[in-house]
Design a protein around this ligand. Structure first.
Ligand SMILES: [Zn+2]
Length: 160
């Protein structure tokens, strides 16, 4: 895909391509695939990690470490979103995500770390879906947004 990286000023997504391209909604913000969607920033944060280089089969240790820290920051954003609200299902899944991330230490066994990191991201996804369900919205489907990211390959899928 041609183009350069840019950060969507609307939802904060780190995207690739032409920021002037049409967004997901007719008449919506240009260059924003999440425009008009509930929890756009959480979806964008999730997908930037989901399609990140740490998940490539040939990921470098530094990329894996960066992915680890990004998951940590993503979980903090989810936590901030939940604060002050009564979202028990999302809070439970967030706790599971934090626990999985704590089990991952990319400086130790990389393969184990990747498994726990994927687990943590999967629980983060569930927490987002819990929030969407409360709104009556369908679950978030990262693959619907794949064309907006620099996807080389996704070696393993989240277990749902
Ligand atoms: Zn956006």
């Amino acid at each position: 895909m041609a183009g350069t990286d840019y950060r969507c000023p609307h939802c904060g997504a780190e995207l690739r391509g032409d920021p002037r391209r049409r967004g997901s909604r007719p008449g919506g913000t240009q260059g924003c695939p999440y425009d008009g969607m509930a929890y756009a920033a959480l979806r964008a944060g999730h997908d930037a990690i989901y399609f990140g280089p740490w998940r490539r089969i040939d990921a470098l240790p530094a990329e894996i470490l960066r992915g680890y820290h990004r998951i940590g920051r993503h979980l903090e954003v989810i936590r901030a979103t939940l604060t002050g609200h009564d979202f028990p299902a999302a809070a439970r899944d967030l706790d599971e995500a934090i626990e999985a991330l704590h089990a991952a230490d990319p400086r130790e066994d990389a393969r184990d770390a990747l498994r726990f990191m994927d687990n943590a991201l999967s629980y983060a996804h569930r927490a987002i879906d819990d929030l969407l369900r409360k709104k009556g919205d369908p679950p978030h489907q990262p693959m619907d947004f794949a064309e907006w990211y620099d996807v080389v390959e996704v070696p393993f899928r989240e277990e749902e």
